[in-house]
Design a protein around this ligand. Structure first.
Ligand SMILES: [Zn+2]
Length: 345
């Protein structure tokens, strides 16, 4: 099948590759329709590795996906050919301790699309377990369906910090994950979200998503804004979505006494934080890794109109231009948030 293959660091090709796949009794064969380009895909392209995951042989990229069921396994009763779906890219071991505890995102043996050595889905079809596939209502497009994966991270973060109605939140970093976290925080009940970044077009887009207060940290002081908006008390919840150590250093100044911090962005290097500052506020810190059991909620919020992901889809490319799409995403103009690739029908 023709796929977008990362041959090695800095080298992509659009070529035929054979992928051995058999349709098990509980599997679906799914034709891909839209695949989003994630920061991790781009990082494998530019660096050849993320932490311990190193690209050692050619790997198909892409893990944010929506598609259409073309074939169902013998024991699948929930789906039929023609169903429009989106998929969780991680397949845990059903027998693992983490999975049995309901924390399948933490299963050390999870097989996650486009994480070496597992192929991603920038290709015509994939075989995937029905248990990690979710139907899309007719009025949700494939493009929106492919946004469920990143949105799930934001919804998982808002769930883990237990946002309360009326909370004031800070989202540090207005990249794709920062944006979906804003949407999730507002949908979860935050009265306002203060968002910080250095790119004006991203802040302007964030501002359009709801009661969002943009702060350009190039010329504004985030702590001053948080104090102003909270009568000097601090924000109830901080979502750290930048992974950028100088920005992360401020989290315990921004949070209110008894407040909560969600670490969502993944720093590339170890990051030290000030324990005593956290202690005097009894700040609760939650670390976030992907998501578990979040897709049905994320789809339901898109379906009901509670969350609109469409403004985040800024750039679309045809599959035949997917190398161009990756070079675009590599340079990522400040006005762009999510690049998606439309697969041939
Ligand atoms: Zn992603």
């Amino acid at each position: 099948m023709e796929a977008l293959v990362l041959e090695r660091k800095d080298e992509l090709s659009l070529r035929d590759i054979s992928v051995a796949e058999t349709l098990g009794p509980r599997d679906l064969r799914i034709a891909l329709r839209t695949v989003g380009v994630c920061g991790s895909d781009v990082h494998y392209y530019t660096h050849g590795a993320i932490g311990p995951f190193v690209v050692k042989e050619p790997m198909i990229l892409g893990h944010e996906a929506a598609g259409q069921v073309v074939e169902v396994g013998s024991a699948v009763w929930e789906f039929k050919a023609g169903d429009r779906v989106c998929m969780e890219p991680g397949i845990p071991d059903p027998a693992s301790r983490a999975t049995r505890l309901g924390k399948y995102n933490l299963d050390p043996s999870v097989r996650f699309w486009a994480t070496p050595p597992v192929h991603g889905v920038l290709r015509p079809t994939v075989v995937h377990p029905a248990d990690f596939t979710f139907k899309l209502p007719d009025h949700i497009s494939y493009a929106e369906g492919a946004m469920v994966e990143p949105l799930a991270v934001g919804v998982h973060a808002a769930t883990k910090v237990q946002v309360q109605p009326g909370d004031l939140a800070v989202v540090i970093g207005a990249g794709p994950i920062g944006m979906v976290t804003i949407l999730a925080a507002l949908a979860a009940g935050c009265s306002r979200v203060i968002v910080s970044d250095i790119h004006e077009p991203k802040l302007a887009l964030a501002r359009s998503l709801g009661p969002v207060i943009p702060v350009n940290v190039r010329n504004q002081n985030l702590l001053d804004v948080v104090k102003r908006e909270s009568d000097d008390w601090g924000a109830d919840v901080i979502f750290e979505c930048s992974g950028y150590p100088p920005a992360m250093a401020q989290i315990f100044d921004l949070v209110c006494p008894g407040g909560k911090v969600a670490l969502v962005g993944i720093p590339l290097e170890p990051f030290p934080f000030d324990v005593s500052k956290a202690q005097v506020k009894e700040a609760r810190v939650e670390s976030i890794f992907r998501y578990a059991h979040v897709y049905p909620r994320a789809i339901a919020m898109i379906a009901s109109g509670k969350i609109d992901v469409k403004p985040l889809i800024t750039d679309r490319f045809a599959f035949k231009d997917s190398i161009e799409a990756f070079d675009f995403a590599k340079a990522m103009p400040p006005a762009s948030v999510k690049v998606q690739i439309d697969m041939p029908m």
